[in-house]
Each structure stands twice: as C-alpha cells, then as structure tokens.
Design a protein around this ligand. Structure first.
Ligand code: CUA
Length: 348
C-alpha cells in the first residue's frame, strides 16, 4: 500500500517536472525560443515543427486510445475467464500498414518542400558571409566588405544572407533559433545555408554540436540592423582606430611585451596572430569571450577575463596557450591589466 502511494507521488512529481520543462521550453519570450521566428527560414521550420507535433499527437492518441480500449475491454473479469484467442488478422495488418504509409506520405510533402527551400536561397542578390568556427568562438568574414569580426554577426534587416560555414578544428554547429538552423560545420568541407532577419534586434546563437569542454560557452549574437545603421557599422569598422595615448598607450606596449600578439591581430600594429579573435575593434563589441560576458564600458568584465580566463570560461585556449608560453598563468600584474583594458576598450 505504502509502495503504491509513493509511486503515485513519483508519477505526479514526474508530471509536474514535465509540465515545467514544457512551459519553460515553449515560452516565446526565451532569447533562444524557436517559437518566436523572426525570419523566413525559422518561420518555415516552425511550421514544419507544428505539423509534426500535430501528426505525432494524432498517432499518440490513436494508438494509445486503441491500447487503452483493448486493456479495459478485454481485461480479465473472473478467474479462468479468457476472451476468444485469435492469431493474426490480415485485414487489420493491411489497415495499419497502409495507415503508417499514409502518415509518412503526408509528412513527406512539407518535409521535402522545406528541405529544398532551406537549401536554395530564393534571391540572387545577397550578402555573403563566411563563418569560421573555432574552439570556442566564431569568426565572421565579409569578403565583399573586406571585414572580419568575432562572435557578433552584424546583418542588415530584410536582406538575404548567404553563409558559408567552415571549421578550423572539430565539428561545430551553427544555430540561431529565431532565424535559422542548425547546420553542422565539418572540418575539411564547406557547408552552406541562408537566413534573413525580418525585424531589427539582437538574436542569440550558439554552437549546437558538442565540440569540447567549452562547447556550452561557444555563443554568439546576430545583430540585425536597418540598412543605414548597418552601413554605419561597416564604416566604423573600416576606420583605423586612433593611436593610443596615456594608459592605453601603456596597454599597447603590454600587448606586445606579454605576447598577446602571438594569437591576436590588431590592424595598424605589428600584431598578426590568427589563433584567437581579431581584436581591431574589440572595444565596439557588446560581448567578450565567445559571447558569454557583457563588454561593459567600465571594462570590469574585460579585467576579470584577463585576470583569470580559466575561471570565466573553463578550457579556453587563451589560458592553455598562456600556460605553454609562460609560467602557467597569464601572469599579468594588476597595473598591466588596467593598461590592457584601457587599450582594448579604446579599439573601436
Ligand atoms: Cu562548437 Cu560546440
């Protein structure tokens, strides 16, 4: 008796937990909700999902209902009371085989049509962007605009964006739930996809394929801007940052003397590293460290990141490289961190 009561409790707890997961997962207000499509690709993928969920619900209710009916209708009422025993039924076998074929054929029509839609960008005119995935950050190249940026993909609203996806190391996956995805990124080959944002805003993206210890921290933002704002951003990114002065000048020296230049590039300086993100305009980005920290104007988070990157993003390559090249830490003095923050914040 006690056993059955506690199992009822477990079942109830399970149902409540399932309900909570369902509610949390389905709220369109979540920054990564697929229920809040903001572009045509995500919209079509959402419609496909809705079709599938209704067909699955229909199959579940039909099969579950038939099972429940059989369990109740043919239950044992008295000891030794067996219903009529039969073996095989050709009509039934054919019926449910055809029913399954019918359901699959019904689903196949929108599935195939969606596959072609996602694979064939509709417009001839588009902005091409090359995405390079790294452990654990994103690099975005704009070949026509001669621009490179990291972890923040600026795009104009209402324009088709054709993406070419490449990996520098292992398998990653590109996913912006409100715009499009997912598309796997396989080392040694180029994958392609397209997307479009119909509204201006910042959309959260992340890597959706386990790619090592910091996979969960491999995030990015898509910043969709009205055309003129986007052009403004492009122009800002093309201006060579002013030569640093004061504390920032001291930071530029630390950047060279402490070896930051081995992995990072900054236009207009001798820094040409390609292992880490290009930092030419790092001061203009809204986030740091693969999109996991706000780049606050005061530089508090940048200071935290430089002081102990391992604490913020366990497994990150910067800590590892620092350990290889220096004595097991970034080993920066507080004064040097302050100078570096001033310098990097000035790069915009
Ligand atoms: Cu990259 Cu997971």
């Amino acid at each position: 008796m006690v056993g059955s009561r506690s199992s009822v409790r477990w079942v109830l707890a399970g149902l409540v937990a399932m309900g909570a997961v369902f509610l949390v997962g389905c709220t369109p207000s979540h920054p990564q909700s697929t229920f809040d499509a903001q572009g045509p690709v995500a919209q079509r993928q959402l419609e496909m999902f809705v079709i599938l969920i209704w067909v699955s619900a229909f199959v579940f209710v039909t099969v579950g209902g038939a099972l429940l009916y059989a369990v109740i209708r043919f239950r044992r009422r008295r000891a030794g009371d067996l219903p009529r025993q039969i073996h095989g039924n050709k009509k039934l076998e054919i019926a449910w085989t055809l029913a399954a074929v019918g359901v699959l054929a019904f689903i196949a029509v929108p599935t195939v049509s969606l596959a072609f839609y996602v694979d064939n960008p509709p417009e001839a005119e588009a902005l091409d962007i090359r995405v390079v995935a790294h452990q654990w950050w994103w690099e975005f190249h704009y070949p026509e605009l001669d621009l490179v940026t990291s972890n923040e993909l600026h795009i104009p609203v209402g324009k088709q964006i054709n993406l070419t996806l490449e990996s520098e190391d292992v398998i990653h996956s590109f996913w912006v739930p409100k715009l499009a995805g997912k598309m796997d990124i396989i080392p040694g080959r180029q994958n392609e996809m397209w997307l479009m944002a119909e509204t201006a805003g910042t959309f959260f993206g992340q890597c959706a394929e386990f790619c090592g210890i910091a996979h969960a921290n491999m995030r990015f933002r898509v910043i969709a801007q009205p055309e003129e704002e986007f052009v403004g951003w492009v122009n800002d990114q093309r201006e060579v940052p002013e030569a640093p002065t004061g504390l920032a000048k001291r930071g530029a020296e630390v950047f060279i003397s402490k070896g930051c230049l081995a992995c990072h590039a900054i236009d207009g300086t001798i820094a040409r590293g390609t292992l880490g993100p290009d930092l030419t305009y790092v001061g203009s980005r809204t986030t740091l460290a693969g999109g996991i920290l706000d780049n606050d104007p005061g530089g508090t988070n940048l200071g935290r990141w430089l002081r102990d990157p391992e604490e913020i993003k366990p497994g990150n390559i910067m800590s590892r490289q620092a350990a290889v090249y220096r004595d097991l830490s970034l080993a920066l003095e507080e004064e040097e961190i302050g100078a570096l923050v001033a310098y990097l914040q000035s790069l915009k």
